[in-house]
Design a protein around this ligand. Structure first.
Ligand code: FEO
Length: 170
């Protein structure tokens, strides 16, 4: 069994990950509307990965004898004025998620819960990758996205993203 506060933080994190999936699907909706199907595809895959993160945490709680309870998922409420806006909102969101994972890790460390720390190691690494991906995308958009041919090429590049289910073995 896990300490109550750690189980609660992990339970809350399921909601945050599902919200992340919802948020990125909302980004995909925006890009579909803008005719940028490659960007939409990239964020659809991002949403699938976030759902995987939620499932992984749910499974960890269940496998450690905890009941999982769900709260309401918040409505994504961002309004975008430029194609760069969702990309920057994505990086901000990933930084926020990193802070949440760090808080759970800190609680697990304080409780000498090495099992949860080991479980969270995957998420710490993943957050590093997600922040980098979001940052790379912003850089590419700033470099190439302001003229039609560059935007077209970037859209093509993003359409090639392949979904691979996230597992703790990655
Ligand atoms: Fe599950 Fe993008 O953090």
């Amino acid at each position: 069994m896990l300490e109550k506060n750690i189980a609660e933080l992990l339970n809350d994190q399921i909601n945050k990950e599902l919200y992340s999936a919802y948020l990125y699907l909302d980004f995909a909706n925006y890009f579909e509307d803008e005719g940028l199907d490659g960007f939409a595809h990239w964020y659809e895959i991002q949403a699938q990965e976030e759902r995987d993160h939620a499932f992984m945490i749910r499974r960890y709680l269940l496998d450690n004898g905890h009941r999982v309870t769900f709260g309401a998922i918040a409505k994504p409420d961002k309004v975008f004025k430029t194609h760069l806006d969702p990309l920057e909102a994505g990086l901000e969101h990933e930084k926020y998620v990193t802070s949440l994972i760090t808080a759970i890790y800190t609680a697990a460390f304080a409780a000498k819960d090495f099992k949860t720390m080991q479980f969270l190691d995957w998420f710490v690494k993943e957050q590093g990758e997600e922040e980098k991906n979001a940052d790379d995308l912003i850089k590419k958009m700033k470099l190439f996205g302001s003229e039609p041919k560059g935007l077209y090429m970037l859209n093509q590049e993003l359409s090639a993203r392949v979904y691979t289910p996230a597992t703790a073995a990655d």
